[in-house]
Ligand binder design. Structure first.
Ligand SMILES: *Cc1c(COP(=O)(O)O)cnc(C)c1O
Length: 429
């Protein structure tokens, strides 16, 4: 008789794990207040006091800037639009190159293309999964204008070295903090080290407003451009007497008053949610790390990882089983989600290195790499980022069984599932 559930044995657990729902009576009350006012967005795409949004959006921005200690916080309707706006605000244009990560959510590599620039993929660090400074150096050209850093999974990238490179070559640094709100690098919040930091408030993230995002910066010039790009800039540059009007053609990236009202309450809950997550992550790292061949995340002593998900490596040469086969067997032992609203995700690989997507492989963009202003020759061949490829194809898996709401007993079932698969792994070979 087989022991492993995937071979017909009895699974460790069938009962679903607790849901992760951060929305409570505080958010409901705040939303009702906005609804009662009848005005769900005060934004006006013209030169008027409402150009900057309504009272709740402004309060939310003030609160966010207060927590992160920045001069400006600009609320937008997603992290994606926040990244696009940040690229525009840094003056990126056709012919330019921006160094990006291949191992991230798709928008953080695509962003430069919105302004006609070319994303150049540097490899990620094998241990912290953020951009590898040595690889960045090899990607620098006379066309490089910015580095778009992602603090992936919640772990800060190697910012000291990245900032030194940026300083030497006079580059902007945009930090994608979608997965790393309140992560810290040497006592500084992720997002406050480069020129601009961008957060996500979509419903997968630590806290959310359904959809939403926030951009932070201490640079007044960048902040002004961000306001223009958020809200139909071309319509206000004249009355506003903006001198440098390049890249100020606007979008509608505005956040509603309802989302801002939710955001104010979610921001208050964020610190406690993170602390709980950290305790869970510590427990899981300790327990799963006891299995030879499963490597818990490496976190520098000066970094605070906030675990959007918890990444592990699985070494086939030690454990003796292919990662995908091993994790499929674990998934058969406990509930694991395809959609994370049901139960936590346990998944392999994270994302396929982005340069392997058709848009890069087929150069399917009217400007960017096909632009006559572009004098470089960008390489998107398989093999350009060996670490990202190794992590995706062979070694990395991520879990969300660290979400606040998971009890020790819940996590123990997860640990038992891993131990069981490891114990009976010869059924898999
Ligand atoms: C979620 C995410 C985004 C996109 O955020 P949206 O708010 O959904 O646009 C961008 N980058 C990373 C790393 C993310 O995890």
């Amino acid at each position: 008789m087989a022991k492993l559930a995937i071979k017909g044995g009895t699974p460790v657990r069938k009962k679903l794990f607790p849901l992760y729902n951060t929305i409570g009576k505080e958010e409901k009350r705040a939303v009702m207040k906005v609804l009662d006012s009848g005005n769900l967005s005060h934004f006006l795409g013209a030169w008027h006091k409402d150009f900057y949004g309504g009272p709740v959006v402004q309060q939310f921005q003030k609160d966010w800037a207060g927590v992160f200690g920045t001069k400006h916080a600009i609320a937008v309707n997603s992290n994606t639009s926040g990244l696009y706006a940040s690229i525009g605000a840094c003056g990126i244009k056709p012919g330019d190159e921006v160094i990006v990560s291949p191992y991230t959510m798709t928008a953080s590599a695509l962003a430069p293309m919105i302004y006609g620039a070319v994303p150049v993929f540097a490899d990620v660090d094998y241990d912290n999964y953020g951009l590898d400074p040595e690889s960045i150096k090899k990607c620098i050209s006379p066309r490089t204008k910015a580095i778009l850093v992602v603090h992936i999974f919640g772990n800060p990238a190697r910012m000291d070295e990245i900032m030194a490179i940026a300083k030497k070559h006079n580059l902007y640094v945009i930090e994608d903090c979608a997965q790393s709100p309140m992560a810290k690098y040497k006592n500084k919040y992720a997002g406050t080290i480069g020129d601009v930091g961008v957060f996500s408030l979509n419903y997968h993230k630590h806290v959310h407003t359904g959809e939403g995002g926030v951009i932070i910066t201490n640079n007044d010039k960048i902040a002004e451009k961000l306001h223009l790009i958020r809200n139909h800039g071309e319509n206000v540059v004249e009355p506003m007497r903006v001198k440098d009007i390049m890249n100020t053609h606007g979008f509608n990236f505005r956040m509603t008053e309802i989302e801002a009202a939710i955001g104010i309450e979610q921001l208050k809950k964020l610190p406690a949610l993170i602390e709980k997550r950290l305790l869970n992550a510590k427990y899981m790292a300790k327990e799963l790390g006891k299995i030879k061949g499963i490597i818990p995340p490496a976190v520098e002593v000066f970094s605070k990882h906030v675990y959007y998900v918890q990444p592990f490596k699985l070494k086939k040469q030690i454990i003796g089983v292919n990662r995908n086969i091993f994790i499929d067997a674990v998934k058969a032992e406990i509930p694991s989600a395809v959609l994370r609203e049901d139960t936590p995700l346990l998944s392999v690989g994270y994302v396929k290195p982005l340069y392997l997507q058709p848009i890069y492989q087929k150069r399917a963009m009217h400007c960017s790499f096909n632009c006559e202003k572009y004098k470089g020759k960008v390489d998107y061949s398989k093999g350009i980022c060996p670490n990202a490829e190794k992590l995706y194809f062979e070694e990395l898996f991520t879990n969300e069984y660290i979400r606040p709401g998971m009890s020790k007993a819940d996590m123990d079932d997860v640990v038992e599932a891993f131990n069981k698969v490891n114990k009976y792994k010869n059924e898999l070979i």
